[in-house]
Design a protein around this ligand. Structure first.
Ligand code: A3P
Length: 298
């Protein structure tokens, strides 16, 4: 069973997490983590299920929206995904097909049937400096009764991030696990997206995703999906639409969705000092020296 843990940074910032089996989770993970992970492991996966996998703030909503449009053939903005992490299995089992889920858990904790090749996984990754900058902005907006009310300074949050004492653990460990998946996973049901590639040429990534999901559409439809999934369009739609899954709106100080903020590559420069950046580069170069992933930071 998960145990609550708290960390304090040098400057007094606070991080509240759940720890289970040497990994950190957010406090609103279903149940006691252990039982829900067991239920996820045993999940009844359908052939046309899609799972968006991402470290928080890496473009989860973006990949979800793209996949949902391609899976359903509908281009209306859909809101936030159903997360495996925060939804009980009874609800998950009742959802109509095609189901598109999101999750921040590690691949090795995914449903057994997924690891055996059933369903499709779309993993999206983003350069770690923009990830933490996005998380910092997100945390400043959120005000939830016991979760996230942590009063983190940028310095404190960066310290937690580098040490891996943060929601879903270390970004570097997350990437290391994915390197292992790339080497060892036998199925051909995993596709890799890089956030910066989507920013650079969304249309060609939409094509890749359609091919991977095995859906065929007219060029015109793929053009429409591309247009609907620009940052500007999704941000505008999110202000108009309220779906029950947009629960984050309830948890923010100004009751707006804290997801669509800037959608850029390189915004980290507004947070990192020169010294913090040099230190982060040293950590990155050391921890990522054997990685098969390569990120662009601007
Ligand atoms: P920023 O805070 O840097 O703007 P997640 O969905 O994993 O929580 O990630 C949220 C981040 O993805 C936010 O980053 C958000 O703006 C960005 N994002 C969401 N939709 C996007 C889009 N269509 N284009 C570019 N970035 C997008």
């Amino acid at each position: 069973m998960a145990e609550p843990v708290e960390f304090r940074s040098e400057d007094g910032s606070l991080m509240k997490l759940l720890k289970y089996d040497d990994r950190y989770y957010v406090t609103h993970f279903v149940g006691n983590v252990k039982d829900h992970l067991a239920a996820i492991d045993a999940m009844d996966v359908r052939e046309d299920d899609t799972f968006i996998m991402a470290y928080p703030k890496s473009g989860t909503h973006w990949a979800f929206t793209l996949a949902f449009m391609l899976r359903t053939g509908e281009t209306a903005y859909r809101g936030s995904p159903t997360f495996l992490d925060y939804t009980d299995m009874e609800t998950i089992d009742k959802l109509p097909s095609p189901r598109v889920f999101a999750t921040h858990i590690a691949f090795e904790l995914m449903p057994k049937q997924v690891k055996e090749g059933k369903g499709k996984v779309v993993a999206i990754f983003r350069n770690p400096k923009d990830v933490i900058s996005s998380l910092y902005a997100f945390l400043k907006k959120v005000d939830h009764k016991d979760f996230f009310r942590c009063h983190n300074t940028w310095e404190g949050l960066l310290e937690f991030y580098i040490e891996g004492k943060i929601y879903y653990g270390s970004w570097f460990e997350y990437m290391k696990n994915w390197d292992k998946v790339r080497r060892e996973h036998k199925g051909n049901n995993v596709m890799y997206f890089i956030y910066e590639d989507l920013i650079q040429d969304l249309r060609s990534q939409v094509q890749r995703l359609a091919l991977f999901l095995g859906v065929s559409f007219e060029t015109e439809f793929l053009d429409t999906v591309t247009k609907r999934c620009t940052f500007r369009n999704m941000a505008t739609e999110a202000t108009k639409t309220f779906t029950p899954s947009e629960q984050w709106k309830e948890f923010t100080k100004d009751k707006t969705l804290p997801i669509y903020r800037k959608g850029e590559v390189g915004d980290w420069k507004n947070n990192f000092t020169v010294a913090q950046n040099e230190h982060f580069d040293r950590v990155y170069n050391e921890k990522m020296k054997n990685s098969s992933f390569d990120f662009r930071f601007e």
